[in-house]
Design a protein around this ligand. Structure first.
Ligand SMILES: O=C(O)CCC(=O)C(=O)O
Ligand SMILES: [Fe+2]
Length: 318
């Protein structure tokens, strides 16, 4: 067994440094999101929600300025997945070739292969979180992807159909993640316990594990850009608040063996790597983007499926 595998099995997580290349893997993402922010600022300016486009500001400053002044929810415009409610044909999401390339980055998949095996499915539970300092976010917008993340297990936010699926969480910072700007915290060994009861009403407005059910002492995981956190689906984790003066930007992606349920079957998965049959891998960016657009069309017109199993009736939620 490799050291990586041993650590993962023992602790429920492992941080691997220098996986992604700042220039080859991360700079294209930064450039891609600069263009997305430009689009966002133009839309808000044209709608009269901000007084200028601020195109002379560097990305981080422009982002914070636009968010603070517009006071509009922004996460969905930048996210790489659909939301769990209120989907319309116009719900924005960021389907770019650069994001698709990140999901398939060979350096990432080489690492994932060590834990998931050689037949790798990209699970559609995936997000980008660009969090400005809490102080610049109006209180009513401190929710979901924009907020400090409350304690949870990723298995708890997927449907029970995926309880036996070996879904691996892959978290990567685009900006260095520090205790001040809201890095992740995990409870080592908590993955060896059962799935905890999750209750509504977390600090981010979503599900959370109540304090009495937390299985140990949290450790903060500051990480430099280029490093990657691999996390078990039952590892209890949260984030710290961003109390710095700058944004905290990360992607959380998920991978699993091909052939197991994803826990969110209304959204499209794809085969990112197949050693047995490379012809099954998806390399076509358009096909990936089309699959998301088809899902959006379908969900906008049909009934929304349930996205989680918790109704808050457990006594521990009272
Ligand atoms: O980045 C965050 O704040 C939370 C990430 C998370 O919960 C995850 O990657 O599963
Ligand atoms: Fe999570």
């Amino acid at each position: 067994m490799t050291g990586l595998m041993e650590n993962f099995l023992e602790q429920g997580f492992v941080v691997v440094e220098n996986v992604l290349d700042p220039q080859d893997d991360l700079q294209p993402i930064v450039d891609d999101y600069a263009a997305r922010l430009d689009e966002y600022a133009r839309q808000l300016y044209d709608a009269g929600k901000i007084g200028a486009r601020y195109d002379d500001l560097p990305f981080n400053q422009r982002f914070m300025r636009v968010i603070a002044e517009s006071r509009q929810p922004w996460s969905q415009f930048f996210d790489i997945s659909l939301p769990q409610s209120g989907i319309t044909v116009d719900t924005p999401l960021h389907l770019s070739e650069v994001v698709f390339d990140l999901l398939r980055a060979p350096r990432l998949l080489d690492l994932v292969e060590q834990l998931v095996g050689p037949e790798i499915l990209s699970n559609p539970i995936q997000h980008v979180r660009i969090k400005p300092p809490q102080a610049v976010v109006p209180p009513e917008l401190r929710r979901g992807l924009a907020a400090q993340t409350d304690w949870h297990q990723d298995q708890g936010v997927a449907l029970p159909e995926a309880d036996e699926s070996d879904v691996l969480t892959v978290w990567l910072p685009v900006t260095d993640a520090t205790e001040e700007n809201g890095c992740l915290c995990v409870i080592p060994g908590s993955h060896r316990g059962d799935l905890s009861t999750h209750c509504p009403g977390g600090i981010d407005g979503g599900l959370h594990i109540p304090a009495p059910l937390l299985g140990g002492t949290p450790v903060a995981l500051p990480m430099r850009r280029g490093s990657v956190l691999l996390m078990h689906r039952r590892t209890q984790h949260a984030s710290l608040p961003n109390v710095s003066g700058d944004i905290r930007w990360s992607f959380d992606l998920r991978y699993q063996p091909v052939g197991q349920p994803t826990g969110r079957s209304a959204f499209p998965a794809f085969i990112a790597r197949s050693r047995a049959n490379p012809g099954r891998e998806l390399h076509d960016f358009r096909a990936w983007a089309d699959a998301w657009q088809d899902a959006r069309r379908c969900l906008a017109c049909g009934e929304m499926p349930r996205f989680n199993r918790w109704d808050g009736s457990a006594p521990v939620c009272a």
